[in-house]
Design a protein around this ligand. Structure first.
Ligand SMILES: Nc1ncnc2c1ncn2[C@@H]1O[C@H](COP(=O)(O)OP(=O)(O)OP(=O)(O)O)[C@@H](O)[C@H]1O
Length: 559
């Protein structure tokens, strides 16, 4: 319930008026339908009776009721159209906003590891879970409100004829209608939950099969993966089957409300006619009114069957909606300083020991610093800390706004231009070419038949390893941040490409401070200073002038 109220609060906060108007129009559509049917019944019966004698036939006014019927028919059509436009528009725009909030929550620094472990989960939350929530208003709240309004309206109208009959008919509709819907919701809760899990498993496994096809083939695991997919699909079909049965049964029960109510009411109205309380047209009016009031209850069927899924989706999404994004960017350093760490310790989520311990370091603007040290020394952690990806556990971190080039090429299935514009969505074409030029990729890009509009595959496939690194570098340079954080920028590149990339970095260093985490001598000798780490602590800090600089550089890999 708490999760539902968070989601509902979000709906109300964003589109309160439109949602209220949508509900009002839905209720008016249903009420107009009820009055239309009952008035038509009254009109047909009254006209038939009026036609029995010439005097009553002449005196009977056919114009007012038929005008009323025509008005109600037109009004109902217009109200239904308006309701669909208003309520769907409001729901979709709330869901779009919700998707954005969720995406921001998932895109915060620190979430990458959790998402890397369960990528299908993000896909599922952003698509099916958010989609399920459109049912909360459209298929749960509105139909329930409209059904209740119809029953109360019928009760009110019937009360003018006979209080007892009105009460019995109204209570029967409310108790039986909502009782059946609640029964269906309880019966469907478990299969709806299992269905969501089966669908998530199916999607996740299909993604595994597609993205890991080569590895699965090499290890002979394709058949097992296909079996797992088939099992998830079987579970999906089974739960679909169970849900369909519940929906059919609930639909049958809800559709039976009208004939059952009609049968009972027919007897009650016949007695009232016999006692002279009402005439035949009045009885026709009352009977059709009650029958029409039962109709909106059929609309509860889908919402009831989906209630479990809606609730599960709300439970999973609500905590992220309630979260406010935490700003982890380091504090700005004082004038004349690019980076300052004071006794900083940092730990990765869930790690037993800190990756950085009591580190103090000051870097001046314009310096190029090589971070060296054995694997696991804390080089990438230091870059992540300066980029705001993780938070310091202890100590103070100050740094200029930075851009991080990670060890992986973070490229997407998009055009060359699309991949570049992640750094600056408003960059002109000339700026994109300038960045490609600075990274040494302009010539290659010009030779491509579609130039900047050439599509790349996931991870930048379609480009060689060196070209991918150059594209990442072009994107880095496009973002004019004063601090560049480079994690092994020339790793796995041939010597010539590596030298060229370093030369281009040197050409772009004006006005920038650069930190390079590296294991290679060629990257280190490019720097003005070497900071050597070990087990998260500072071991040495040598500037180019110091004798130690050359000895630390000499111990690095010569490639
Ligand atoms: N996401 C993570 N979760 C938990 N522990 C981590 C995580 N990333 C790194 N670590 C740990 O933090 C320590 C420092 O790792 P870090 O990646 O910073 O080292 P590094 O010097 O960059 O190593 P390499 O040269 O191999 O890239 C290591 O003990 C590592 O196991």
């Amino acid at each position: 319930m708490k999760a539902l109220s968070i989601v509902l609060a979000r709906f109300l906060a964003e589109k309160r008026l439109a949602l209220a108007l949508g509900f009002l129009l839905a209720a008016l559509t249903a009420l107009a339908g009820i009055v239309l049917l009952s008035l038509s019944g009254w009109f047909i019966t009254a006209t038939a009776l009026a036609g029995l004698t010439a005097a009553t036939a002449y005196a009977f006014d056919v114009f007012v009721p038929s005008a009323g019927i025509r008005f109600l028919a037109l009004f109902r059509t217009a109200a239904r159209y308006g309701e669909r436009v208003v309520s769907h528009d409001a729901t979709l725009s709330v869901l779009a906003g919700m998707r954005e909030t969720l995406f921001r929550a998932f895109a915060t620094a620190g979430m990458s590891r959790a998402l890397a472990l369960r990528p299908a989960r993000l896909l599922f939350r952003l698509t099916l879970d958010v989609d399920a929530l459109d049912g909360l208003y459209l298929r749960l709240l509105v139909p329930a409100g409209v059904a209740l309004a119809s029953a109360l309206f019928a009760m009110l109208c019937l009360a003018f004829i006979d209080g007892g009959t009105a009460l019995a008919a109204g209570l029967f509709l409310i108790a039986a209608g909502f009782g059946l819907a609640t029964w269906a919701a309880f019966r469907a809760e478990k299969p709806a939950r299992l269905r969501a899990a089966a669908l998530e498993a199916l999607r996740g496994r299909v993604i595994d099969l597609v993205s890991g096809a080569t590895d699965l083939l090499m290890t002979g695991r394709v058949a097992a993966c296909r079996q797992a997919i088939a099992a998830a699909e079987r579970r999906l079909h089974e739960t679909d089957d169970r849900l369909n049965r519940i929906e059919t049964l609930a639909g049958f029960g809800l559709a039976a409300l009208a004939p059952v109510l009609g049968g009972g009411l027919l007897v009650a109205l016949a007695l009232l006619v016999e006692r002279g309380v009402i005439g035949a047209p009045g009885a026709a009016f009352a009977l059709l009114l009650a029958l029409a009031a039962a109709e909106p209850f059929i609309g509860l069927k889908r919402g009831a069957v989906e209630a479990g899924r809606i609730l599960a989706a709300a439970r999973r999404i609500a905590p992220r909606l309630a979260e406010t994004a935490v700003e982890r960017a380091p504090a700005p350093p004082p004038q004349g300083v690019a980076v300052r760490l004071e006794d900083v310790s940092a730990r990765h989520p869930g790690a037993a020991r800190p990756a950085l311990a009591g580190l103090s370091l000051t870097i001046a603007p314009g310096e190029v610093v090589a971070l060296t040290g054995p694997s696991g020394a804390g080089k990438s952690t230091l870059l992540a800390l300066l980029a705001g990806e993780i938070e310091a556990e202890h100590g103070r971190v100050e740094a200029l706004p930075s851009t991080l080039l990670t060890q992986r090429a973070e490229l997407f299935a998009d055009t060359l231009a699309g991949n570049l514009r992640l750094a600056d969505p408003d960059a002109s074409e000339a700026a994109l070419w300038a960045a490609l030029d600075a990274a040494g990729l302009a010539e290659t890009a010009r030779a491509l038949p579609q130039g900047l509009e050439t599509w790349l595959g996931e991870g930048g496939s379609g480009l060689s390893g060196g070209e991918r690194r150059r594209l990442s570098l072009a994107r880095l340079l496009l973002r004019r941040h004063p601090l560049l954080l480079l994690d092994e920028p020339t790793e796995a590149l041939d010597a010539e490409t590596a030298r060229d990339i370093l030369a281009r970095l040197a050409a772009a260093r004006a006005g920038r401070t650069i930190l390079i985490a590296t294991h290679t001598m060629r990257d280190a000798v490019f720097a003005d200073r070497i900071v050597h780490l070990g087990c998260g602590r500072m071991i040495n800090d040598f500037s180019r002038m110091d004798a130690g600089f050359a000895s630390v550089a000499a111990r690095l890999r010569d490639c």
